[in-house]
Design a binder for this molecule. Structure first.
Ligand code: SAM
Length: 287
C-alpha cells in the first residue's frame, strides 16, 4: 500500500512498448493507488487505463508544457498527493519527457521512486546478439543528413555497442549514412516492432541491412531500434611498419590470401594476423 505522509511520492512508472502483458503488477497497483497520473498523452494513457479498468485522474505532462506543469505537480506532491508519471510507451525520461519534473521534485526533497518495466533500448539489446557488457544509448540521430553524419563521425571510434532510436521514415537514410561513415562491414541489428505481431530482429552487416531495408518497404514501418557493433581497433597497430609496407605492395598485385601468405614468408609475421589486417585495409570480408 502507498503510505499517507505529509509529502507525497513521485512514481516513475514504465508501461508496455506494444504488448499489454508487459506491465508489472506493481505498476498496475501504483497506477490504481496514486492520486493523479501525469501522462505524456492523456488520450493514449486513457486506453491503457481502460484496458486495466483503472479510474485514476489524468493530467498532461508532455514536452511542451513540462516546465509549466512541473510547478503544479510539485505543489500537489508537497501537499501530500502521490503522483505517477507515465509516457506513451516504455520507461519515462528515456527519450521521453519527465527530466525537469524529476529534478525539481528531488530538489524539493520529494521522494522519487522508479517502477521499472519495458524499455525498447534494453529489450532490443537483450535479444540483438551484440556485446552487451558496455553500450552507449544515443537516443535519436539528427533528422538532417549533414548533422546526422557529423554526429556519426564523433561516434565512429566508439568501442561500446551503439544504440539509436529511429523513426521508420528515416531508417533507410540513417542506415545509408551509417554505411558512409562507419563502413559497410560493421555488424548491425535492426530491432523492429518489439513485443508486437510483426516483431523482427535482423542481425547482419550495415551494408546488407541497408540493402534489405531498401528492398522491403515493410521494414520501413512501425517502431525501431538500431544497434551497431562498437569499433574494433585495427590489428594494424601492432604490425611493424616494414611488414605493413610489404603486405600493401603485394596486395596491389595479388588476392588477399596469397598476399598475406607471401608477406608471412618474407617477414616471419603470423599469416592469420596479416590476413586479418589485409581484410581491414582492403575493406573486404572473409574470403
Ligand atoms: N520511453 C520509451 C522506451 O522506454 O523505450 C521510448 C520512447 S521514444 C519517444 C520512442 C522510440 O522508442 C521509437 O521511435 C522507437 O525508436 C523506440 N521504440 C518504442 N517502442 C518500440 C518497439 N515496440 N519496438 C522497437 N522500437 C520501439
Amino acid at each position: 500500500m502507498i503510505e499517507n505522509s505529509a509529502v507525497g511520492t513521485l512514481y516513475i512508472v514504465a508501461t508496455p512498448i506494444g504488448n499489454l502483458e508487459d506491465i508489472t503488477n506493481r505498476a498496475l497497483r501504483i497506477l490504481r493507488e496514486v492520486d493523479l497520473i501525469a501522462a505524456e498523452d492523456t488520450r493514449h494513457t486513457t486506453k491503457l487505463l481502460q484496458h486495466f479498468a483503472i479510474n485514476t485522474a489524468l493530467k498532461p505532462c508532455h514536452d511542451h508544457n513540462e516546465r509549466e506543469q512541473q510547478n503544479y505537480f510539485v505543489q500537489l506532491l508537497l501537499a501530500g498527493k502521490n503522483i505517477a508519471l507515465v509516457s506513451d510507451a516504455g520507461t519515462p525520461l528515456i527519450s521521453d519527457p519527465g527530466f525537469h519534473l524529476v529534478r525539481e521534485a528531488q530538489q524539493q526533497g520529494i521522494r522519487v521512486v522508479p517502477i521499472p518495466g519495458a524499455c525498447a533500448v534494453i529489450a532490443a539489446l537483450s535479444a540483438a546478439g551484440l556485446p552487451s557488457d558496455r553500450f552507449s544509448f544515443e537516443g535519436f540521430l539528427p533528422a538532417k543528413s549533414t548533422a546526422r553524419k557529423s554526429t556519426l563521425e564523433t561516434l565512429k571510434e566508439e568501442s561500446r555497442t551503439l544504440i539509436f532510436y529511429e523513426a521508420p521514415h528515416r531508417l533507410l537514410e540513417s542506415l545509408q549514412d551509417l554505411v558512409a561513415v562507419f563502413g559497410k562491414d560493421r555488424q548491425a541489428v535492426l530491432a523492429r516492432e518489439l513485443t508486437k505481431t510483426f516483431e523482427t530482429i535482423k542481425n547482419t552487416t550495415l551494408a546488407e541491412l541497408a540493402e534489405w531495408v531498401e528492398a522491403d518497404s515493410n521494414q520501413q514501418r512501425g517502431e525501431c531500434v538500431l544497434l551497431i557493433e562498437g569499433w574494433k581497433a585495427p590489428v594494424q597497430e601492432d604490425i611493424n611498419q616494414e611488414t605493413g609496407r610489404v603486405l600493401k605492395v603485394l596486395l596491389a598485385e595479388l588476392p588477399v590470401k596469397q598476399a598475406a601468405a607471401l608477406t608471412a614468408e618474407i617477414t616471419g609475421e603470423r599469416k592469420n594476423k596479416l590476413y586479418q589486417y589485409a581484410l581491414e585495409i582492403t575493406n573486404k570480408t572473409n574470403e
